[in-house]
Design a protein around this ligand. Structure first.
Ligand code: PEP
Ligand code: MG
Length: 585
């Protein structure tokens, strides 16, 4: 057994998974090089027919399964179904078989390589993604020809579930992963916003993506211990480590079950101060889960994921359907739709975007939307129309000047007038908010507050723009300090300004879901915390253990600290004192 070592990536969901590794690379197909005689052509073509119709049945079944589990993703399969009917691809396979007199496996493999390399050569991410779909469909046809079943059967002899290790998984592979056989997967590629991560989250498959170093050192049969939330992978842990992981898993599950069962009690500090907890989501289907499990609404719906997922702009009707079903699922709670936050590290694959040297400081979010008024108005129309079906609010991301708000609100007024003139129902009074993610917006909050009903502080960006620290750059992660006094001062100023003007403030960055910072945010007077659903139960528990006057005292001390590390130490001490079980090991 090899000595244990630890790798790191980005965790998708929570929990501890311990199982043997199965490298996807070991599934490479061996394509026979067999030549055929001219009179074998017909029988080879009929084998092709059978393999293709089997592939069609498999994909239809997969599409059906996927539309039940994650409806908005089932069209990922459509492109592959279309490929099976593609005349050009079929013609190419036939030609190769007839001209080279090679077996049909060989002809399929050559035709798929040719079709995918044409797409891979193009300087366009969308085309590159389609190349992986073509390879995916080719792989399926070849497996059918070779009499192999889907990837999942590789473990049929082994009753134990395994962890799939791969450079990448296509969305269809992710959708098709049989959770009876695969306990989790890890990939070297991917990001929080990748198709695969979105699908894994939506389907509840534990996964760690973006494992940039060391994944090649994992061999088939190695034991892996994954701490999903932490994104850590221990290869071949010793017995003591396994026992401690299992105990931690057990404790986490018990704590979570207890916290979830308590989460219907009022979100109230020990001295009676009430606050509101809501969830951040990316998919309409999550709204229903969040309401059923935690009885809360949606404080941030990142609408761009609908577009990223489809790889294109969505029509007004498509958006309306998604927003309406989210609003209905969240009811009687409210949902805040954030208009598109495209740019930075989020792009829509089929929509060409000009190259920018510094995309996080470039045409991102509201700047992107204001540059495309028709698309922006389409989104506003869809959100407004959905507001007739639930409690809908909306907000604009990355506002850095009052002029941007004025222009955005001008478009909103225009769209409202247009809907009213056509007698299309919408809520004329829906709350409109401004995200505070840029220091200029925080510092000039008194200028912005007049235009809106609420502020929502996006600390993920506010921290990176305030401290000039790229939020995704691991080499300067030590400088990324959400509780830095420079950030806290801005939050304090935004809350005071909103309060003085009778408006409310939410925090929807990751900071809102980290129990370490909950007392600080509460102590500064934040009215609403919006977080990843998996953080809701812990934050709720902590709030019920806090005394508001202690939280306010903590804020005074924190504002006097010299850096974020000092503030964190203060917060850790406080957390240890009031709710020790929430301190992570
Ligand atoms: C934020 O910046 O804190 C935020 C919520 O927006 P996003 O993470 O989508 O940039
Ligand atoms: Mg942001």
């Amino acid at each position: 057994m090899t000595v244990s070592s630890t790798l790191h990536g980005i965790g998708v969901s929570t929990g501890i998974v311990i199982a043997k590794a199965l490298n996807k690379k070991s599934e490479a197909l061996s394509i026979p090089e067999r030549t055929i005689t001219p009179d074998e052509i017909d029988s080879e073509l009929s084998r092709l027919d059978n393999a293709m119709s089997k592939a069609r049945t498999q994909l239809e079944k997969l599409k059906g399964e996927l539309s039940q589990k994650a409806a908005s993703h089932s069209d990922i399969i459509d492109f592959q179904l279309m490929m099976l009917d593609d005349e050009e691809l079929l013609e190419s396979i036939h030609t190769k078989l007839r001209q080279k007199l090679c077996c049909v496996e060989n002809a399929v493999s050559l035709a798929i390589d040719q079709a995918s390399s044409v797409l891979l050569d193009q300087d366009d991410d969308y085309m590159k993604e389609r190349a992986s779909d073509i390879m995916d469909v080719g792989h399926r046809i070849l497996k059918n020809l070779l009499g192999m079943d889907d990837a999942n059967t590789d473990t049929d002899d082994d009753p134990q579930r395994v962890i799939l290790v791969a450079d990448d998984l296509t969305p269809t592979e992710t959708a098709h992963l049989d959770t009876q056989k695969f306990a989790a997967f890890i990939t070297s590629s991917g990001s929080r916003t990748s198709h695969t991560a979105i699908l894994a989250r939506a389907l509840g498959i534990p996964a760690i993506v973006a494992v940039q170093e060391g994944i090649d050192s994992i061999s088939d049969g190695d034991t892996l211990a994954l701490d999903i939330a932490a994104g850590s992978i221990i290869i071949n842990p010793d017995d003591d480590t396994i026992i401690s992981c299992l105990k931690r898993d057990e404790r986490q599950k018990m704590l979570m079950a207890q916290l979830v069962s308590e989460s219907r009690q009022p979100t109230e500090t020990q001295d009676g101060y009430q606050t509101s907890l809501v969830a951040n989501v990316e998919l309409p289907s999550e709204a229903l889960n969040v309401r059923k499990k935690f009885n809360v609404g949606i404080g941030l719906f990142r609408t761009e994921f609908l577009f990223i997922d489809k790889g294109r702009y969505l029509s007004e009707e498509e958006q309306f359907d998604a927003y309406k079903s989210t609003a209905q699922s969240a009811y009687p709670f409210s949902v805040i739709f954030r208009t598109l936050d495209i740019g930075g590290d989020k792009f829509i694959s089929q929509v060409p975007t000009p190259h920018e040297v510094n995309p996080f400081m470039g045409t991102r979010a509201i700047r992107f939307s204001l540059g495309k008024p028709e698309l922006f108005k389409t989104q506003l129309r869809a959100i407004l129309r959905a507001s007739a079906y639930g409690k809908v609010r909306m907000m604009f991301p990355m506002v850095s000047t009052a002029e941007e708000l004025e222009i955005a609100l001008g478009y909103l007024k225009e769209v409202k007038e247009e809907l009213a003139s056509k007698h299309i129902p919408f809520n004329d009074d829906l709350d409109v908010g401004c995200m505070i993610e840029v220091p200029s917006a925080a510092l000039l909050a008194e200028r912005l507050v007049k235009y809106v009903d609420f502020f929502s502080i996006g600390t993920n960006d506010l921290v990176q723009y305030s401290l000039a620290v790229d939020r995704a750059n691991p080499s300067i992660a030590y400088l990324y300090q959400p509780a830095h006094p420079a950030v806290l001062r801005q939050i304090r100023h935004v809350v005071d300004t909103a309060f003085a003007n009778g408006k409310w403030v939410s925090v929807c960055g990751e900071m809102a879901g980290e129990t370490l910072y909950t007392p600080l945010l509460l102590g500064m007077g934040i009215h609403e915390l919006s977080m990843s659903p998996m953080a809701l139960a812990s934050v709720h528990k902590l709030i019920r253990n806090i005394k508001m006057y202690e939280a306010e005292d903590l804020v005074s001390k924190a504002l006097a600290c010299k850096n974020g590390a000092e503030v964190e130490e203060l917060c850790r001490e406080y957390l240890k004192r009031v709710c020790k079980e929430l301190i992570s090991e």
